[in-house]
Write a new protein. Structure first.
Length: 408
């Protein structure tokens, strides 16, 4: 016989967004919280994340805007506090280094970041030799022109941070049901009454969908479709080659969004060549949390590796192993955090826009306040409400892609 559980809040999804929502609900006074995860916490897209956290709204991704900067700083401070209690999350305050390899790249990106009105007071301009020095010799001086350093940026292990938070959520009395697949919603009279799972029904008057690329599959029975573009993203990890653990996260926007950071003495890296909308690859996600699309790895290798070898001549940049996740993008590149239109008690926390690790703690806090008090004294939740989009305004992944702004 299957179990029947009563709860105050059920959260579908044990990634960084769902676990952060659970953490802040408990912090704000919620009592009976249940997290349902098809695999284990942090096993899907969150576990594939590169784990760099920064002030992206300060010139690198303007669509996050002022409120995004507040969420970003909250995330940085949150992980630092978590790391003081649990060093396993591998938090490093190495900063984020933005590089320009062409004059146009410097004008569009480096100058903008240095002069941005939201730039942190400690932002620094770096010459090419200074770039080589601060990266411990990883970046060759003759391959870049200038750089900009946000020294307050941090790095964490995204999967480890998610699991560390899940342990704290469980220790504070919540139930985290791993390897429990959601099969449907329980609704009546226009409101949610709980969820159906393979392990039994869970009854609750509040349900949060934080299940990423699977959100619209769950929402289908309600008649509502969230404007989400599912994107497969590839992260490559090279073999150890003596890379210093103090190297900042490196961002090279003019190399199709290249990023790289130290990982276990080697490098982890990726750029847009290893990305693809899911609909361009057949549109079927399947049940696995992390896809395995080798054609994206091959494309990344062919397009980026020759450039990367010039940029990083003294260290191994070969593909030792790789991971893929499925971040979800929104038409305006802002998050979805708020009530689902047409179903009372049902909330959506989605549209990570490939920045869920950075913004997850703040979004979890914001949504917890909205659920428990109807609003927030901290940030205006209106920019993130799902109903900012008209019904049927973006009926397909393709229509979301067509509406998305550029990184800036």
């Amino acid at each position: 016989m299957l179990d029947r559980t009563e709860a105050d809040v059920v959260i579908a999804g044990g990634g960084i967004l769902g676990i952060c929502a659970a953490y802040h609900l408990l912090d704000s006074g919620a009592r009976r919280v249940v997290v349902v995860e098809a695999d284990t916490p942090g096993a899907a897209t969150s576990g594939a994340g590169a784990g760099f956290v920064g002030l992206w709204a300060a010139g690198y991704a303007d669509f996050f805007a002022d409120a995004g900067l507040e969420l970003e700083q909250y995330g940085i401070d949150f992980y630092r506090r978590l790391a003081a209690e649990d060093p396993s999350i591998e938090c490093r305050s190495n900063g984020n280094l933005f590089l320009g390899t062409t004059e146009e790249g410097c004008r569009l990106w480096i100058d903008t970041i240095l002069q941005h009105p939201l730039a942190p007071a400690a932002v620094r301009a770096l010459t090419a030799p200074e770039v080589t020095e601060i990266t411990g010799g990883v970046i060759a001086a003759d391959t870049v022109l200038r750089g900009a350093l946000h020294p307050g940026g941090i790095q964490v292990s995204a999967g480890r941070a998610t699991r560390a938070l899940a342990r704290r959520v469980a220790a504070r009395g919540a139930e985290v049901r791993a390897r429990t697949r959601l099969t449907g919603l329980i609704t009546a009279g226009g409101r949610v009454e709980g969820v159906q799972t393979e392990g039994g029904d869970i009854y609750a008057r509040t349900v949060v969908l934080a299940c990423g690329a699977w959100c619209n599959e769950v929402l289908a029975e309600t008649g509502y479709r969230a404007p989400l573009l599912r994107m497969i993203a590839t992260r490559v990890i090279s073999r150890p080659s003596g890379v210093s653990g103090s190297m900042p996260t490196v961002m090279v926007p003019d190399l199709f969004g290249l990023w790289l950071r130290e990982h276990r003495g080697g490098l982890t890296w990726g750029n847009g060549d290893g990305y693809s909308p899911l609909f361009e690859l057949g549109g079927s996600l399947g049940a696995d949390g992390q896809p395995r699309r080798e054609e994206l790895v091959e494309r990344l290798d062919v397009a980026l590796t020759p450039k990367l070898r010039k940029l990083v001549p003294a260290h191994d940049t070969s593909i030792g192993w790789w991971l893929q996740g499925v971040p979800c993008m929104t038409p305006d590149r802002r998050f979805l955090a708020g009530p689902v239109p047409g179903v009372n008690g049902l909330y959506l926390l989605a549209g990570d826009n490939e920045a869920g690790v950075t913004h997850g703690p703040g979004l979890g806090r914001l949504l917890a306040e909205v659920i428990l008090t109807g609003g927030s004294q901290w940030l205006d939740p209106a920019p993130y409400r799902p109903d900012r989009f008209q019904p049927a305004q973006f009926p397909t992944d393709e229509s979301v892609l067509a509406a998305m702004p550029s990184r800036r």
